[in-house]
Design a protein around this ligand. Structure first.
Ligand code: AHG
Ligand code: MN
Ligand code: MN
Ligand code: MN
Length: 325
């Protein structure tokens, strides 16, 4: 078979973010602070990936374990001022005395997404979003109760057969795969773009009895297409948002976590699930809405506020929005 010599120009995540940041001449990236912050996030993903062999019955422990790994690494980076985690009721404000000092970034994160899937060995992940503190702020709640469109970076790491990191700093979306030999994430999916229309829909239809009319009508339209000869969409649902969104990013189509009679604002949290995935989706050419508004234009009133999430290929999301009009 054709022998391709091993690449000798390996683009690591750190190198890629530095060069991308430099190209964008963005103060936040070019100053190297964002790169150092992302490198510390990378370390947590490498660490957490190594921890997925903990038995499922410790899933709560794994939630807490991965949470502690992230909080410690982010604080130690010396680049953070505010941390918001799904696993902490209150926001964490980094003090002056912090080792390495307080930085200018606020990181909102879901340390372990898809906890219910751990004991089944199904992919789980870590989701994060990053804000720059507001001008002159030392880090308060005001720095994180902001629209998602003000984030400077967002990403996720998915732990499965391999560890995949997907990241945007506002200039497209890139995917990296952990090379266990060298302990670095290597650029494997440069400039990920979604097609305008896919053939897959992803939602937990077990909640159908709770869904609103617009959602039910939309699902009906793709399961029983009216157009002569049109084929229905395929159903794919893993139950870990990271895995479901990663598949839609690479294969196109639509992911839905609607609100319903059982969950008036839906289940997914705005700050550290909806916003990062919406940012990534838009940067890959897709759309992300709560049904009537752009998700990135929403402003959370509290750090764990939830919102309905419909995201994916542009034409598919636009089709869904027609049913909400
Ligand atoms: P987490 O494990 O961080 O609490 O998030 C779980 C979320 C998300 O990963 C997924 O999309 C959703 O829960 C699945 O919920 P259902 O089991 O209700 O479909
Ligand atoms: Mn989650
Ligand atoms: Mn979680
Ligand atoms: Mn949880």
């Amino acid at each position: 078979e054709d022998y391709s010599p091993p690449s000798t120009d390996i683009i690591t995540l750190t190198r890629h973010v530095l060069t991308e940041g430099f190209k964008q001449r963005k103060e936040s990236a070019a100053s190297g602070d964002l790169t150092i912050l992302l490198a510390s996030l990378q370390t947590t993903c490498i660490g957490a990936a190594g921890n997925t062999n903990v038995q499922g019955e410790d899933q709560k422990k794994l939630d807490v374990l991965s949470n502690e790994i992230m909080i410690n690494a982010l604080k130690a980076s010396g680049k953070t001022a505010v941390l918001v985690s799904e696993e902490n009721d209150e926001a964490i404000f980094v003090g002056e005395k912090q080792e390495g000092g307080r930085g200018k970034y606020c990181v909102v994160f879901d340390p372990l997404d898809g906890s219910s899937n751990i004991d089944a060995g199904v992919n789980i992940g870590t989701i994060f979003g990053i804000y720059l503190v507001k001008e002159g702020s030392k880090g308060t709640l005001e720095d994180v109760l902001r629209p998602g469109r003000e984030m400077v970076a967002a990403g996720y790491c998915m732990y499965g057969s391999s560890a995949n990191m997907v990241l945007t700093t506002g200039n497209g979306v890139n995917g990296y795969t952990l090379d266990n030999q060298i302990g670095e994430f290597i650029l494997t999916h440069p400039n990920i773009r979604m097609k305008n229309r896919g053939k897959i829909y992803s939602c937990n239809e077990g909640n159908s009895m709770y869904y609103s009319e617009p959602v039910l009508k939309y699902l009906d339209s793709i399961k029983y297409p009216k157009k002569e000869g049109a084929k229905p969409y395929a159903a794919r649902y893993i139950g870990s948002m990271v895995a479901d969104v990663h598949r839609q990013l690479l294969y196109s189509g639509i992911f839905l976590y609607p609100s319903g009679a059982n969950a008036k604002d839906g289940k997914l949290r705005m700050l550290y699930e909806a916003f990062p995935m919406a940012f990534i989706t838009e940067q890959a050419g897709g759309l992300a809405t709560n049904g009537t508004e752009r998700i990135l234009d929403l402003t959370p009133k509290s750090i764990h506020q939830r919102c309905p999430v419909f995201l994916g290929s542009k034409d598919d999301v636009e089709d869904l929005m027609k049913f909400f009009k």
